[in-house]
Design a protein around this ligand. Structure first.
Ligand code: NDP
Length: 483
């Protein structure tokens, strides 16, 4: 089945000025659909309508907003199989991951549905006699959401749900590689009891429509997930209008494996963290920092585990690693394999393009050994099914290596020593830290974000999202005439 995806502009489904084809990366002969590219005029029109709709939405009662978010989330969870299949078909992640992503995305909506009813302010006595202070949060206005292809539904949902919860309008520009998931989510939102134009979908390339969106003075806040260079460009555009920004970017996450680690657990965490989502995760375990005492045993199990993983069509039973998302991403991944070798790393397995019955962007999971932390393969985000082992002599060296990066999203330690785990938890310079758990995989009701080049602006998710999606108003109230 092919989709003909339209944009959702000012509350209407409309064609664009051009269209793009969207092919399944597991099987390039499978055309997922053709998708409209929004024009500059359409973007401007929808921004105008969003401003009007936002005022109307902000005045909706709390329960009415709560019902809208709850309905979106409930429908997504109920349709996780169907929508997850579409997601896996266009993005390439194995079906279980696609379904899981849609279900989790639904949970963001039901979580923020409940948050609609939990928006409490603060009050205080003034330092002036007879004066009270009321501190409340109000919507920011029109929020531009720019999302990536690797979690096309979840990332967008953890931005859209709080934006709506806190009373804002949303103009969403999804990644052009994954438009079908964007149309599916928009279709659900479009059927809700919301003001016309409160939510818009503007598909098109980041360079064109994305850039115009972030430069618009009609946008009050921009939430972005993607690469560091694009994030920096968006921040530069935003500052021209003093638009607030929140950015979640790349990382180079490390999993430290200590000499007292349960090695089977460590290997399973490393394999899942490095190759889940075909390694295309901002939380991927792309550096495995391993204590010398267990290095050889760990490496043997790791390489055997990587070689045993099944690469295949995302929708096929038994597939553990799907294709990478695009020809460009595949070319970049293979270039990193060459780079790693030229830097002196040993490729113990994988890292090659695979031929399959279906023509797709398949590559085998690769493990680099004998690497040092100063190699480019250990400093740059590869977004590939590739991981590197770095041998260290002590816990202290492991922690120093984990922290020796310009990024800082997640890090993890595998150890049975409580003192070390506690020390690591307190001293790892990342926004998320895990103990005996993968570096990837986070909850929706607590903050998510990183340090260094990984993040900029307030944290996402949980109650922390209110920092970004609201603005604080401080009211001083006097009774006027004393009684
Ligand atoms: P980009 O940063 O290019 O794209 C992310 C989003 O930004 C997409 O929706 C894109 O649109 C949009 N965009 C691109 N240029 C602009 C612009 N000038 N103004 C406004 N929006 C823009 O990431 P890619 O998808 O190209 O991936 C490249 C690399 O980025 C990956 O290999 C990975 O290293 C990193 N990345 C990290 C992610 C993370 O979760 N941390 C997520 C995705 C990527 P469009 O794609 O339609 O052009």
């Amino acid at each position: 089945m092919q989709d003909h995806g339209q944009n959702y502009i000012a509350g209407e489904w409309v064609d664009g000025t051009s269209e793009i084809e969207n092919h399944n990366p597991s099987d390039l002969s499978d055309l997922v659909g053709v998708f409209a590219q929004a024009s500059a005029d359409q973007l401007d029109a929808t921004l105008d309508q969003a401003q009007r709709a936002q005022a109307e939405w902000a005045a909706y009662g709390l329960e009415r907003k709560q019902a809208v978010l709850s309905a979106i989330g409930t429908e997504m969870m109920a349709r996780a199989e169907e929508l997850g299949t579409l997601l896996s078909r266009e993005e390439g992640k194995p079906l279980a991951e696609g379904k899981g992503e849609v279900y989790r995305a639904g949970q963001f909506f039901t979580y923020y549905a409940a948050e609609c009813l939990r928006q409490l302010g603060e009050n205080a006595d003034s330092v002036r006699d007879g004066v009270e202070i009321d501190v409340r949060r109000e919507p920011v206005g029109v929020v531009a959401i720019i999302s990536p292809w690797n979690f096309p539904t979840a990332t967008a949902s953890w931005k859209i749900a709080p934006a709506l919860c806190y009373g804002n309008a949303v103009v969403w520009k999804p990644a052009n590689i994954t438009p079908a998931s964007a149309v599916a989510l928009t279709e659900i939102i479009s059927r809700q009891d919301i003001p016309k134009g409160l939510f818009s979908l503007v598909m098109g390339s980041g360079r064109d429509i994305g850039q115009r969106l972030v430069e618009s003075p009609k946008v009050n806040a921009i939430s972005f997930t993607g690469s560091v260079p694009v994030g920096k460009g968006i921040a530069a555009a935003a500052i021209q209008n003093l638009t607030r920004v929140q950015m979640e970017m790349g990382s180079k996450n490390a999993l430290a494996v200590m000499d007292d680690a349960d090695l089977d657990l460590a290997v399973s965490l490393a394999l899942g963290g490095a190759f889940g989502g075909t390694g295309q995760k901002c939380t991927a375990s792309s550096r495995l920092v391993v204590h010398a005492a267990v290095h050889d045993a760990f490496v043997d199990k790791l390489v055997a585990g990587a070689q045993a993983m099944t690469v295949g069509h995302a929708l096929q039973d038994g597939t553990q690693i799907g294709p990478v998302v695009s020809a460009q991403q595949l070319a970049e991944n293979l270039a990193y394999v060459d780079l790693g070798r030229s830097e002196g790393a040993e490729l113990a397995c994988g890292g090659v393009r695979l031929e399959m019955p279906h023509d797709g962007y398949y590559m085998s999971p690769g493990v680099f050994l004998n690497t040092t932390n100063d190699m480019r393969i250990n400093r740059e985000e590869m977004f590939a099914p590739l991981t590197s082992v770095i041998k260290v002599d002590s816990y202290e060296a492991a922690l120093a290596t984990v922290n020796d990066t310009t990024f800082g999203l997640t890090s993890g330690i595998v150890t049975q020593n409580l003192a070390r785990a506690t020390h690591f938890r307190r001293n790892a310079r990342t926004g998320v830290v895990t103990v005996n758990l993968p570096t990837a995989g986070t909850d929706y009701h607590v903050p998510f974000g990183g340090r260094g080049d990984s993040s900029y602006g307030p944290r996402e998710q949980g109650k922390a999202a209110a920092e970004f999606y609201t603005t604080v108003k401080t009211a001083y109230i006097s009774a006027g005439t004393p009684m």
